[in-house]
Ligand binder design. Structure first.
Ligand code: DGJ
Length: 751
């Protein structure tokens, strides 16, 4: 409850007192819709202590109102047994005149105001010039697994609605904020974060995150968290290859793949994002604040307007990084992906890019399609080169009509042929881009983002369309919708091959021009959402020159992602391992391609297949160059993949041996019903005739028996049936030799 004594009056000033009293009035009756304080409900309000307890199956998240009516984070971690152990929130006292209580207290959603010195969740400037924001509790509402808490500035009618959704099975919680201007003046938002995740105070934490670049995405990176800030971000307009909006934190030395506490989080946003990992004195309080990147950000809210932030997800595992990843994979499959209600296994696809590049034609694609169908491909995707004057990357982007020289009768004959071979047809687009050498650019040069009179930096000879503009958005939607309506296209590969440059938007009023970063992404999302609504069987692949747009925002809208333009199988092991820390194997598109590949490396075809079979299998080879033996092997591999893909895509992943650590990489997948397990193993380069280490499996039923199938005889154990306990404790020995050897072992639980 707000105090209205002399101190408060001094702090707020007389004029503000009315506002403060109003808060006192609205905050007085706390509505309780939850079950009793001891119930099992995902959201509970412990009214007498002014606490909220969010519970998943194995975790608890506790927040409370302190004596100043601020919302404070109290606990996040392993599930607590009883509410009786909890006590009411109290702000931390001032440590010294240099460490204010508001900075020392773990505020759930700190406004920048008073003496707040850590990363704020919200920073604003009012038209009057006031830049002080102090958010206090107003009201709450509980609806099943969702909690809404409203905060308000101590003086102005500037509200923030915090929404929490609990995902009990996956041990995850989603936070989101909505900033609502009910004042009579314009409020300019300068930083809008979705919230902060706090781990228990103390030293010695370690940060795990994903770094990368084009053709080298999702590299697992680890470092100690030390006092100060570590900023992970994108300023590039999309998610980026360079950093992925995901983090994991463990106490150094405590967690490994299978043991120890790991706190993790991810943002659902495909534009400029920011995660600030901060260790603040004096308690070494580590927090991760995340939301829109506030770099070049400014969002004026007129009276009555609101701004919502991206979803910010957090989860906790007490069984190490392996379990943290499995929780996230389950979460993506069950709660994020478009097929979450009715999961569908990913089809085996063929993609023409590495075989033909821009040199596509009806006859050439038909020849590839015929060969692809013979080895069991289910989806044939024609990549770049089919439209406009697209003979290389200098021209054509923006002209989304079929190139009449390459396809004199349109795409229909090719699509019908592909369909007659029993495959669906997919097509590549790069909707957000334009080549200066295109009809679209000649007609609408102003559609490319730029600052008037300034250079327009090209990358891959292309410019970025300003998708924040309504007319551009409608045009792109119309073009895609027309193609989908007129042709039996079941799949779009949606590419984006450069980042923003000169992000000007001169048509918008000056104060709103920086909204381009957010409105662009919202409009891309809107186009995809509308296309999917209008063409319900459409599936989409998110690609940005490889894995440049992979995050929980785009994943609500696409069925798979292109992991990397680097399809070299040995490099892929590390890219895929990093990917698997944050994202599900189901969405990880992985192709078998030709050798020598990047780095000039050549690996055997079985190795390339087994690497790609650990995700959504695709083939990108030039099938015109394959031998009869290659086709025979590929047919066997695709058949095998189809017999295990449900396990790979919908099951649990156990990373057994990391490609970062030794000569062997091994990954195991266990089906959701526990009836099948698959082990993939890869030897990089054998030295001194050293045998591969014994591989102990995980996640099996110790008491059950498993029928073992080795497809290539590389298993040392010759028994046909082995017990789960033997497999997990004694383990399997693999006769792998030389360079780039590999094997797969399939285990079926005996009834
Ligand atoms: C980049 C993608 O990552 C490739 O797979 C391919 O689609 C090319 N663009 C086509 O230009």
């Amino acid at each position: 409850m707000l105090k209205t004594g002399k101190n408060l009056r001094r702090r707020l000033g007389q004029g503000a007192l009315l506002g403060a009293l109003m808060i006192a009035v609205v905050s007085a009756p706390v509505r309780v819709h939850g079950e009793g304080a001891m119930g099992d409900a995902p959201v509970r309000h412990v009214a007498d202590l002014r606490l909220w307890v969010l519970s998943t199956e194995r975790t608890s998240y506790v927040m409370g109102l302190n004596e100043r009516d601020e919302l404070q984070t109290l606990y996040w971690g392993e599930r607590l047994g009883s509410d009786h152990d909890l006590s009411a929130a109290h702000s931390r006292g001032e440590h010294a005149s240099f460490d204010s209580p508001e900075t020392m207290t773990n505020l759930e959603y700190p406004g920048w105001g008073g003496r707040y010195y850590s990363e704020p969740a919200l920073k604003v400037t009012l038209a009057s010039g006031v830049r002080d924001l102090v958010l206090k509790y107003v009201s709450q509402e509980i609806r099943g697994d969702t909690l809404e808490i409203r905060l308000k500035d101590i003086q102005y009618d500037l509200f923030v609605k915090l929404t929490y959704k609990v995902f009990p099975k996956e041990d995850m919680i989603r936070k989101q904020a909505e900033i609502d201007n009910r004042t009579p003046q314009v409020v300019t938002v300068e930083s809008a974060q979705s919230g902060a995740w706090y781990v228990p105070a103390g030293e010695g934490y370690r940060l795990t995150y994903l770094t990368g670049r084009w053709a080298g995405e999702t590299q697992l990176t680890r470092e100690p968290i030390l006092p100060g800030k570590k900023v992970l971000e994108s300023r590039r307009g999309n998610t980026s290859h360079q950093l992925n909006p995901w983090f994991a934190i463990d106490a150094r030395g405590e967690a490994d793949e299978e043991h120890g506490r790991v706190w993790f989080g991810a943002l659902g946003w495909s534009g400029n994002w920011k995660l600030v990992v901060e260790d603040t004195p004096p308690a070494h309080q580590v927090r991760v604040t995340g939301g829109y990147n506030d770099f070049d950000f400014s969002w004026p809210l007129a009276p009555g307007e609101s701004l919502s932030t991206p979803p910010y997800y957090g989860g906790f595992s007490r069984q190490g990084f392996g379990e943290a990843s499995r929780l996230l994979h389950r979460f993506e499959r069950d709660e994020i992906l478009p097929d979450r209600a009715h999961p569908r296994v990913r089809p085996v696809l063929y993609n023409s890019w590495e075989a033909t590049e821009f040199n596509v034609s009806e006859a050439g694609q038909k020849a590839l399609a015929e060969k692809a169908a013979k080895i069991g491909v289910e989806l044939f995707v024609m990549d770049d080169g089919w439209f406009g004057k697209r003979n290389d990357d200098h021209a054509g982007l923006g002209d989304w009509y079929v190139n009449p020289q390459k396809f004199p009768n349109g795409l229909k004959p090719l699509i019908s042929y592909v369909n007659s071979l029993g495959m669906d047809f997919g097509l590549w687009f790069e909707p957000e881009m334009v080549n200066p050498d295109s009809d679209l650019y000649r007609q609408h040069p102003d559609w490319a983002m730029n600052f008037p009179g300034r250079p327009r930096s090209e990358a891959r000879n292309q410019l970025v369309l300003n998708m924040a503009r309504q007319d551009v958005k409608e045009y792109i939607f119309g073009v895609l919708d027309k193609m989908l309506s007129e042709n039996n296209i079941k799949y779009i590969k949606w590419d984006m091959n450069r980042h923003f440059g000169e992000p000007g938007w001169q048509e918008a009023p000056l104060p709103e021009q920086k909204e381009i970063w957010v409105k662009y992404v919202r409009n891309v999302y809107e186009i995809i959402d509308r296309l999917r609504a209008k063409h319900p069987s459409l599936e989409i692949e998110s690609c940005s020159g490889g894995g440049g747009r992979v995050d929980l925002g785009i994943l609500e809208r696409v069925n798979e992602v292109w992991t990397s333009d680097n399809t070299e199988a040995f490099d892929r092991l590390r890219i895929q391992e990093g990917f698997s820390f944050a994202h599900a194997p189901k969405i990880m598109s992985a192709w078998v391609t030709d050798v020598p590949n990047m780095n000039g490396r050549s690996t055997p075809l079985p190795y390339r297949f087994l690497v790609a079979m650990q995700g959504a299998l695709g083939i990108g080879s030039n099938l015109n160059k394959w031998s009869a033996e290659d086709f025979a092997l590929a047919t066997r591999m695709v058949t095998t993949y189809k017999s295990i893909r449900e396990t790979v895509q919908q099951g649990d992943l156990y990373r057994l041996f990391s490609p970062r650590e030794g000569e062997l990489t091994a990954n195991q997948y266990v089906s959701a019903d526990g009836k099948q397990a698959v082990l993939f193993a890869f030897l990089h380069s054998q030295q001194y005739l050293r045998p591969a280490p014994t591989v102990c499996l995980r996640g099996l039923d110790g008491k059950a028996a498993y029928r073992i199938k080795s497809l290539d005889g590389k298993l040392v154990e010759k028994q046909e049936v082995l017990s789960g306990s033997f497999l997990m404790h004694h383990g399997l020995n693999l006769n792998l030799r030389g360079d780039y050897d590999s094997t797969v072992v399939i285990l079926e639980k005996a009834e």
